[in-house]
Design a protein around this ligand. Structure first.
Ligand code: 3NM
Length: 213
């Protein structure tokens, strides 16, 4: 499903302080991202009708560029607006119950941190596994200790066909080992949000995979 190298951009209004998140998303779409996840978090997070309106705007932009639109955590919102996918963590609803709710047509991503969690997520019907943090990150307040690419290697060894997306502190400078560990994609927030030239950073993120099977 995930053609390598997939660049998976994650964004919420909290990541776009003093900036227009829709402009950031549009630039990233024009730059060639392959997936987009709306992840609205924190004390100032949009909720209710405002969140839905914002989500619909993100979804329209993604559709224009033919990029799947994935919602983090909020299964009801994803279902309501017919998102292309939903991503859940270990603390959220169980992957099995999410899969039962959304049916087969929607992509299901699950964050995992070990071979055991990966096994359960795959049995529960996950289409891809988010694995991180690979490196240190400032974008997730409750992030676990970075584990480098070791966990990705372990999961790929046990489940060679699993679609793994590495996440956490990844930039075009340090993405190489993540591809080498077998990731099909890398998910980023700050590499794109903080880039001086978003299209150029996306190009470099893709090039960082060149030569890696
Ligand atoms: N999840 P950045 S790390 C959303 O480890 C998220 O599961 C993580 O942002 C995990 O690219 C993370 O700025 C933040 O480090 C990724």
């Amino acid at each position: 499903m995930y053609s390598k190298p997939s660049i998976y951009f994650i964004l919420g209004t909290q990541n776009a302080v003093n900036r227009d998140p829709l402009k950031l998303l549009e630039e990233a779409l024009k730059g060639g991202i392959n997936y987009f996840q709306l992840r609205e978090k924190g004390s100032n997070a949009l909720v209710g009708r405002e969140l839905k309106e914002f989500a619909l705007k993100c979804q329209s932009l993604c559709r224009l560029h033919n990029v799947p639109f994935i919602v983090n955590d909020d299964v009801d919102l994803a279902h309501d607006i017919q998102a292309d996918g939903i991503h859940v963590g270990q603390e959220d609803l169980s992957a099995a119950s999410v899969r039962a709710y959304i049916g087969k047509g929607m992509t299901l991503g699950v964050s995992v941190h070990s071979v055991e969690e990966a096994k359960r997520a795959l049995e529960d019907g996950a289409d891809y596994l988010g694995m991180g943090p690979v490196y240190g990150t400032n974008s997730k307040s409750d992030a676990k200790k970075p584990s480098g690419v070791t966990k990705i290697e372990e999961v790929k060894k046990r489940f060679p066909v699993a679609q793994v997306i590495g996440i956490g502190g990844i930039t075009s400078y340090n993405a190489g080992p993540v591809w080498e560990a077998g990731a099909a994609g890398i998910a980023v927030i700050s590499a794109i949000v903080d880039a001086e030239n978003i299209a150029e950073e996306i190009r470099r993120l893709k090039i960082s995979c060149t030569g890696v099977e």
